[in-house]
Design a protein. Structure first.
Length: 219
């Protein structure tokens, strides 16, 4: 079964050849006709997605000498895909309190302690309940039926906003969009504490790696 993306590319090429046969250039085609491909919007589905923060340890203290695998459980957002210009848009809102430790190396009791510190010390979710990302500049290219994007935008975390770039590979099958990739941030850029627990002996390295496999449904 052909993917939606391949179908749209074939449609674009066919329409382009038709216009060329009529002697109409690209400029007149854009001026006289609607875009060959529709700009498609998708609603992100957290229940079908994977969004993980990898926080590696530095220093040794009790069970938190292990690295952390923190899942983002609750987020909403929309994505737009424009194959005419290989461009798009992305808006994402994460509920900060939904971040949870998931690494099986920790016991249930240990996870409770880690999650409590994530909320109260690291992310201060009562004060900063949401983490948001809004794209401002996107570059894309098509390669073997996939769209590779460099998604530039503003990330607001812990009350601090910084511009970051997120690389993502996007595929479309029917009404479903899937974006896969990973990116890093320096937690110090966002005034995020390593934690002050255990007399400061516990430390998380500055670089946090975000791994995602996000699914969206066509709206």
């Amino acid at each position: 079964m052909k993917t939606f993306l391949i179908q749209m590319i074939v449609l674009s090429l066919t329409a382009g050849l038709f216009l060329h046969a009529r002697g109409e250039g690209a400029y007149s085609a854009r001026k006289s006709y609607a875009p060959l491909l529709p700009v498609v919007s998708y609603k992100l589905d957290a229940s079908r997605s994977k969004f993980i923060v990898h926080a590696n340890r530095t220093g040794v203290a009790w069970f938190k000498g292990h690295s952390h695998r923190i899942a983002v459980k609750d987020f909403t957002g929309t994505a737009e895909l424009d194959l005419n210009t290989v461009n798009g848009a992305l808006q994402l809102t994460v509920q900060a309190a939904s971040l949870e430790e998931t690494d099986p190396v920790f016991t249930a009791e240990q996870k409770k302690i880690i999650n409590k510190e994530l909320n109260e010390i690291v992310l201060e979710t009562a004060k900063y309940p949401e983490i948001t990302f809004k794209s401002t500049d996107i570059k894309g290219s098509i390669d073997q039926g996939k769209v590779n994007f460099q998604i530039g935008g503003d990330l607001t975390l812990h009350g601090v906003t910084k511009h970051i770039v997120i690389p993502a590979t996007v595929t479309v099958t029917g009404d479903t969009m899937r974006a896969i990739g990973e990116f890093e941030i320096d937690r110090k850029d966002f005034d995020v504490s390593a934690t002050d627990a255990f007399h400061g002996l516990v430390r998380i390295k500055h670089d946090l790696t975000f791994e995602f496999d996000i699914v969206g449904k066509r709206m």
